[in-house]
Design a protein around this ligand. Structure first.
Ligand code: MTE
Ligand code: HPA
Ligand code: MOS
Length: 765
C-alpha cells in the first residue's frame, strides 16, 4: 500500500502555502523586528517607509482592534511589541505593500527607537536573578536524600545540551483573506489550526466563528509550527482585517531563523547513586531550561523533561527539579521529543559518568537497570506492556553486539589515528499530550452517493504520513479500497476545537475518531443490508467492496448499498468524537497516569573518529523498535530514519550560537549546519520488534513520530567512547553537540588551555 503523498511531491503537484494562486489585490507583508534583545520601546517612525512607492500601511500594536496577546499557556506574549522589547527579532510592526519587494525594501526605513536594558541569555543567570517563566516543578518518588547513605558509588556532574533549529523546508507563513461580515479566512502553515483561529479571533476582537483556518499540508513542522505558526497567521489576518484586502506573509529563511524559537538548550546538574550490584538506587537532577523571552510552550516542554528524566530505567528514589528560565532570546518551543530528549541526555550522561569512573562499559549499567513490567515511573504510572528488555536483547542479538564490540576493539588496537566508538541507546517515550484534556479528536466522514468517501479530521499532514494512515483506517474499517478515500484539508469549520498535530499522537487520536465514525457508518449500512437481504446483521461484513454473509458473497456490494441508503434517506455522514480513556494527572502532586502507553526501542551506534582532524563518521545505527502492529512499514521506517538523522544533527553538528547581546550568530545555512546525506549513518538498520501493539494505539500501530529522534543520543556517547579510546583520561565535559572542534579539543587537551575550552562552551545560548 503506497504512501499517498510522494508521487505528488516528486511531480511538484503537492500544494504548499506558496502554491496557492495569488488573488487579485493581494498585499504583501513584511515584519519589522526589534533591533535589540531587551529595552524600552520609545518610538516607531514609519514616515520614510510610507513614502516608498507601493507601501500601503505600516501597522503597529496601536492598530490591533482586539487584544494584543498570543501567549498559548501564559498570556505574556504580545503579537506586536508594546512598551518593551524582549528579544532580537521580536515583531514590532507590519509593513503592507503592493509587492514583496516593496514590503522588504520598506523594512530598513522603519525607525525603531529602543532604550537598552540589561540582557540575559544564560538560563542559570536568569534563575539566579529570579527570572522564571513559571514556578519550578519537582517530580519525586521514594526518598533520594535518605538513599545516598545506602549507595556504594555516588557520582555527580553537569550536562549541557544545545538548542536546535527546526529547519522545516517550508518557512513560516500565512495567506489571509477578508470574508463577508468582517471575518477572515486564513491559509496557514500550522500544526495547530485551532490555535491560529483562537488567537486571531482574540487579536481581531472577533468570535472564533468569524475566523476560518485551512491547512492542506506543511513542508515540515517538527514542533516549530505547534504554537509558533500563530503570530504569522494572526499578522496576515490583521493586515487583511484592516485593509479588507488579501494579505500574504511568508518569512524568508534568515528572518525565520532570527525570529522563531527553537529547541530549548538545557544546563543541568545530576547526582547518581548505585549499589554494589550496580543497580541505580538514587538519582537527583536539576534542569535549567533556556525558555527565551516568553513562556510559549516552555512549561509543557519542561514537564515532559521531568516525565522522561529517567529514560528507560527503573530508579526507586528520584528527585527531579526543573526551572523554566526567562532569557532575552526568541521564545523556545516544541521540537520533536518536546523536552524528553533533553531529560534523557542528562540521564545518559549520569550513566556514562558512573561507568567511566568505574571503568565499565556504560551498557553494563544500562542493561541492568532497564524498566520491567510493573515498575513505576517517577510520576507513579506503572510500565505496562513494557518492551525495554526485549528491545535491548533483540538489538544486541540481531546486530551481534559482542561481535561489534570485538570489531571496535580490534580496530582500535590496529589503528593509531583512527578510533571507533560504540554506544547503546535505549529509549522509552510516553504517548499522549501530557495535558490530559488535549487528548481528544473528531472526524467527519461523508460517503458520497457514488461510494467515494471524504474524511476530515484535525490531523495536519506535515510529511509524517498521517493522511495515509487515516485513509488506511477508513479503508480497512469500511472494507473498501484506498482509492475511494480522500483525506480533506484540515479546516476549522469542518472539524472544530482541535488539538495541534503533535505529541506523536495525531494518528492515534484522529485515526481513532475516524475509526469510530467509519464503524458507525458500516453498522448503519450493514443493518440496511440485513433488512434488504432478510439476513442476520451479525453475520454480515464488507470486504473489498463486497458484502459478505457468513463469509460468502451476498447479493449486494458497497456501491449498491450506498445508493440504497441514500434513496431510503439513511444518513451517509458521521461525526465521531474520541477521547483517550483512563488518562489522569494531578499537576499539584505530579502523579497520575498521563500516558496511553509507552514506546520502547534500543539502538546500537558505531562511529569512527579521525584523530588527526577531529572529524568523524557515523558508520552504523542499528536498532530494534517497538512499532506494535505497524499500519505502514514504509512510513514508519521513514519516521525512524528522519528521527535518527535529526537526533544525530542535534548531538553532533547543529551548533546554535547566540552572542551575549542575544544576536543569533548561526543565522544562515552557512553557519548552521544540519545533517546531509553524507552525515547520515552509512548503515541504518531498523528491526521491527515483534510486539502486539497497544489497544489505545490506532489499529495497534504505535505512535512513531518523536521517539526515534532520541536514538541520536547514542551518537554523542559513541563519540565519547572513540575519544576515550585515543585519550583515556582527557577532560570531557558532558556537552552536546559534539562538534568536530570539540572532539579535536578533547583529543589534544595538552594543546588547548582550559580557558579556550571554556570559550567554546560559552558561545552556546
Ligand atoms: N515527520 C515529518 N516528515 N515532518 C514533520 O514535521 N514532525 C515530528 C514527527 N515527524 C514531523 C515528522 C513531530 S515533532 C511530531 S510530534 C510528529 O511527527 C507529529 O505527527 P504524528 O503525531 O502524526 O506522529
Ligand atoms: N507534546 C507535544 N506537544 C504538546 C504537548 C505534549 O505533551 N502538550 C502540549 N503540546
Ligand atoms: Mo511535536 S514536538 O509534538 O510537534
Amino acid at each position: 500500500m503506497n504512501h499517498l503523498d510522494p508521487i505528488r511531491h516528486v511531480r511538484g503537484e503537492s500544494q504548499y502555502l506558496d502554491d496557492v494562486p495569488v488573488q487579485h489585490g493581494t498585499l504583501y507583508a513584511a515584519v519589522v523586528e526589534s533591533p535589540l534583545a531587551h529595552g524600552r520601546l520609545l518610538a516607531i517612525d514609519a514616515t520614510a517607509a510610507l513614502a516608498l512607492p507601493g507601501v500601503v500601511r505600516v501597522l503597529t500594536a496601536a492598530d490591533i482592534p482586539g487584544t494584543n496577546q498570543i501567549g498559548g499557556i501564559v498570556p505574556d506574549e504580545p503579537l506586536l511589541a508594546e512598551g518593551h522589547v524582549h528579544f532580537r527579532g521580536q515583531p514590532v510592526a507590519l509593513v503592507l505593500a503592493e509587492s514583496e519587494h516593496a514590503a522588504h525594501a520598506a523594512l530598513a526605513l522603519v525607525r525603531v527607537e529602543v532604550e537598552p536594558l540589561p540582557i540575559i541569555t544564560d538560563p542559570r543567570v536568569a534563575a539566579a536573578a529570579g527570572e522564571l517563566l513559571v514556578p519550578p516543578r519537582t517530580f519525586q518518588i521514594g526518598d533520594s536524600g535518605a538513599a545516598w547513605a545506602g549507595c556504594t558509588h555516588v557520582f555527580a556532574g553537569v550536562a549541557e545540551s544545545g538548542g536546535q533549529e527546526h529547519l522545516y523546508i517550508e518557512t513560516q507563513g500565512a495567506y489571509a483573506f477578508p470574508t463577508e461580515m468582517g471575518g477572515v479566512r486564513i491559509i496557514s502553515s500550522t500544526q495547530g489550526p485551532t490555535a491560529v483561529q483562537r488567537h486571531t479571533a482574540h487579536v481581531l476582537g472577533l468570535g472564533m466563528h468569524q475566523v476560518e483556518v485551512d491547512v492542506t499540508r506543511l513542508g515540515g513542522g517538527f514542533g516549530g509550527k505547534e504554537d509558533q505558526a500563530t503570530p504569522w497567521g494572526a499578522l496576515a489576518a490583521l493586515g487583511a482585517f484592516v485593509t479588507r484586502r488579501p494579505v500574504k506573509l511568508a518569512l524568508d529563511r534568515m528572518a525565520d531563523l532570527r525570529m522563531t524559537g527553537k529547541r530549548h538548550p538545557y544546563s543541568s546538574d545530576f547526582k547518581i547513586g548505585l549499589d554494589a550490584e550496580l543497580k541505580i538506587v538514587a538519582y537527583e537532577v536539576t534542569f535549567y531550561q533556556n525558555g527565551g523571552a516568553a513562556a510559549d510552550l516552555s512549561p509543557a516542554v519542561l514537564e515532559r523533561t521531568l516525565f522522561h528524566c529517567t529514560n528507560a530505567y527503573f530508579i526507586p528514589n528520584v528527585t527531579a527539579t526543573a526551572y523554566s528560565c526567562r532569557t532575552n532570546l526568541p521564545p523556545n518551543t516544541a521540537f520533536r521529543g518536546f523536552g524528553g530528549p533533553q531529560g534523557m541526555f542528562v540521564m545518559e550522561s549520569a550513566l556514562a559518568c558512573a561507568a567511566e569512573a568505574l571503568g565499565l562499559e556504560t551498557a553494563e549499567l544500562q542493561r541492568r537497570n532497564l524498566l520491567r513490567e510493573g515498575d513505576l515511573f517517577p510520576y507513579r504510572q506503572p510500565a505496562e506492556m513494557c518492551h525495554a528488555e526485549q528491545a535491548w536483547d533483540t538489538a544486541a542479538a540481531k546486530f551481534d553486539l559482542p561481535g561489534r564490540r570485538r570489531e571496535v576493539a580490534a580496530f582500535n588496537e590496529a589503528h593509531r589515528w583512527q578510533k571507533k566508538g560504540l554506544a547503546l541507546m535505549p529509549i522509552c517515550f510516553g504517548i499522549s499530550f501530557t495535558k490530559t484534556a488535549m487528548n481528544q479528536a473528531r472526524a467527519l466522514v461523508h460517503i458520497y452517493t457514488d461510494g467515494s468517501v471524504g474524511v476530515s479530521t484535525g490531523a495536519v499532514e506535515m510529511g509524517q504520513g498521517v493522511n495515509t494512515k487515516i485513509a488506511q483506517v477508513a479503508a480497512r474499517t469500511l472494507g473498501i479500497p484506498l482509492h475511494r478515500i480522500k483525506v480533506e484539508s484540515t479546516n476549522t469549520t469542518r472539524v472544530a476545537n482541535t488539538s495541534p498535530s503533535a505529541a506523536s499522537a495525531t494518528a492515534d487520536l484522529n485515526g481513532k475518531a475516524t475509526e469510530l465514525a467509519c464503524l458507525a457508518l458500516r453498522e448503519r449500512l450493514l443493518r440496511l443490508a440485513a433488512t434488504e437481504l432478510r439476513m442476520d446483521y451479525e453475520g454480515l461484513h464488507i470486504e473489498h467492496e463486497q458484502v459478505l454473509a457468513a463469509g460468502k458473497p451476498a447479493d449486494t456490494n458497497w456501491e449498491k448499498l450506498v445508493s440504497a441508503a441514500y434513496w431510503q434517506r439513511v444518513s451517509l455522514s458521521e461525526n465521531a468524537h474520541y477521547a483517550t480513556p483512563d488518562l489522569h494527572f494531578d499537576a499539584t502532586t505530579n502523579q497520575g497516569h498521563p500516558f496511553a502507553y509507552h514506546v520502547y526501542g534500543t539502538a546500537l551506534t558505531t562511529v569512527r573518529v579521525d584523530c588527526r582532524r577531529g572529524t568523524y563518521v557515523v558508520e552504523a545505527v542499528e536498532l530494534a523498535h517497538d512499532f506494535g502492529q505497524s499500519l505502514h512499514q514504509q512510513i514508519d521506517r521513514g519516521q525512524i530514519e528522519g528521527g535518527v538523522v535529526q537526533g544525530i544533527g542535534w548531538m553532533t553538528m547543529e551548533d546554535l550560537a547566540y552572542n551575549t547581546e542575544g544576536r543569533l550568530l548561526s543565522n544562515s545555512l552557512n553557519s548552521y549546519k544540519i545533517p546531509d546525506l553524507y552525515a547520515a549513518p552509512a548503515t541504518l538498520a531498523v528491526h521491527f520488534l515483534d510486539t502486539p501493539g497497544h489497544p489505545l494505539a490506532v489499529l495497534r500501530s504505535k505512535a512513531v513520530g518523536e521517539p526515534p529522534l532520541m536514538y541520536g543520543l547514542g551518537t554523542y556517547f559513541a563519540l565519547r567512547a572513540a575519544v576515550r579510546a585515543f585519550q583515556r583520561h582527557t577532560p570531557l565535559p558532558f556537552s552536546a553537540p559534539m562538534t568536530p572542534e570539540k572532539v579535536l579539543v578533547s583529543l589534544y587537551p595538552e594543546f588547548v588551555g582550559p580557558r579556550e575550552t571554556v570559550a567554546v562552551a560559552a558561545t552556546r545560548g
